[in-house]
Design a protein around this ligand. Structure first.
Ligand code: CTP
Length: 404
């Protein structure tokens, strides 16, 4: 497999040298393309020495390794010869160029000529990362099917603390491996995933809901699809785009989510209940808007169906993964849910106070398995956590079959 490693001009450019090596360890032949700005941070010689292939540094009038002038159409040849393009660090400037199709240097020109999988690992200052322009560019690139390996939170070179630090080298190299389809270990599986909150109406204009953003469930759907699964995503109301290649069924209430899940359970081989389902609802929603009075108002709420518990009863040999959001006694509570709801795995995360994962792009969880094992996963982007959940799920299924 041949990878082109595009290096942008950011302080994280030095980490791209380590990435070049990590890609080679995973079986890629690596050719590096550096932007002019990247060469201010690290020299082409570093990459040429590590990869054994000449590093491309400009679009025109370059000396090739053999001392001859390279062709001005070399970007086409490089694009056609590559199986994968990985860009790290992908600066705000590169993301903007790619999103808008600008082609003023070798890397952006090669990007336009390249039709294979693209993995982008952004790194930049937090304010730049959070700027509406960058968000919009990322959205465009995601919709185009590119894999974005989100940056981590941490202390940045500019002295601020926040998201913007280049993702871990293993995470980027892992995404590269998956992007070229080296890893299609969920092929043949149908993964049914629930995501987001539910919304329980109180009258025609008001509802009770919760802070779930749906990001964890959508990350699971995206990763499962990338690893070859057929994915059925039952989603509560969220502001997220459907990941590429995923069938989305949109629902509002716990009742609707219940029906959508029960209709699809037969087709599934793995069921992941990441949704934050409301536990109570108003059974009889008034058809007219409630009027304000000076009196105290009490509402009598009835329990919603516990979807996870019902799936647990009907699951047969399907692998069932539940979620538990807890403020205390994380692992004990997860074990209790695992038993009472007949799950094979519970993904437990601490919520409340500084631990809230609801609107974050990152999460920190403990996987509690029916075999009695636990696996704490360190804080990481939700897509990375999603990948690890499936890694553990596949191992768990093998262990459960072996024990039968
Ligand atoms: N869940 C569900 N149906 C419900 C409530 C929860 O399927 N009506 C699922 C969630 O999707 C999640 C798991 O149950 O996978 C745990 O959700 P959580 O709210 O933490 O648990 P509860 O059942 O509400 O348990 P408790 O109130 O005892 O903490």
């Amino acid at each position: 497999m041949r990878a082109v490693l595009g290096v942008g001009g950011g302080i994280a450019a030095y980490k791209a040298a380590e990435l070049a090596r990590a890609l080679m360890e995973r079986g890629f032949a690596v050719q590096t393309v550096m932007t002019a700005a990247a060469q201010e941070f690290i020299t082409p010689l570093t990459f040429t020495s590590l990869t054994g292939q000449k590093t491309i540094t400009s679009l025109f009038a370059r000396e090739s390794a053999e001392g001859t002038l390279a062709s001005a159409v070399e970007h086409i040849g490089v694009a056609q010869g590559a199986d994968l393009l990985v860009v790290a660090p992908a600066t705000a400037d590169l993301l903007a160029k790619f999103a808008h199709g600008l082609a003023g240097d070798f890397l952006s020109t090669m990007y336009l000529a390249f039709t294979g999988p693209v993995v982008l690992a952004p790194a930049m200052n937090t304010a730049m990362w959070e700027h509406a322009a960058t968000r919009a560019n990322l959205e465009t690139l995601r919709r185009r099917g590119h894999v974005i390996v989100d940056p981590q939170d941490g202390l940045l070179a500019c002295g601020t603390v926040g998201p913007g630090r280049l993702a871990g080298i293993d995470a980027i190299a892992g995404a590269a491996v998956e992007a070229v389809g080296l890893r299609r270990d969920l092929e043949g599986e149908t993964v049914l995933i629930t995501a987001g909150p539910t919304r329980e109406p109180l009258d025609p204009v008001r509802f009770v809901s919760n802070r779930s953003s749906g990001k964890m469930g959508y990350a699971l759907a995206e990763v499962a699809a990338r690893r070859g699964a057929r994915v059925l995503l039952v989603s509560g109301p969220v502001a997220l785009e459907a990941p590429a290649g995923v069938d989305v069924v949109r629902v509002e209430t716990a009742g609707e989510m219940h029906d959508a899940v029960m209709e699809r359970i037969e087709e599934a081989t793995i069921i992941v209940k990441a949704a934050a389902v409301a536990d109570y609802h108003l059974s009889h929603v008034p058809t007219h808007k409630m009027k304000k009075t000076a009196m105290r108002l009490s509402l009598e709420l009835d329990p919603t169906p516990d979807i996870l518990a019902e799936v647990g009863q009907k699951k047969g040999d399907r692998l069932l993964i539940g979620f538990a959001a807890e403020t205390d006694n994380l692992v004990e509570e997860a074990r209790r849910k695992l038993r009472t709801k007949k799950c094979d795995m519970v993904v437990a995360n601490l919520v409340g106070g500084e631990h809230t994962a609801f609107e974050s792009d990152e999460n920190e969880v403990v996987l509690v398995m029916s075999t009695g094992e636990t696996a704490p996963l360190k804080r990481a982007a939700k897509r990375e956590i999603a990948g690890e959940i499936f890694d553990h799920a596949l191992k768990l299924r093998l262990a459960l079959h072996a024990a039968q």
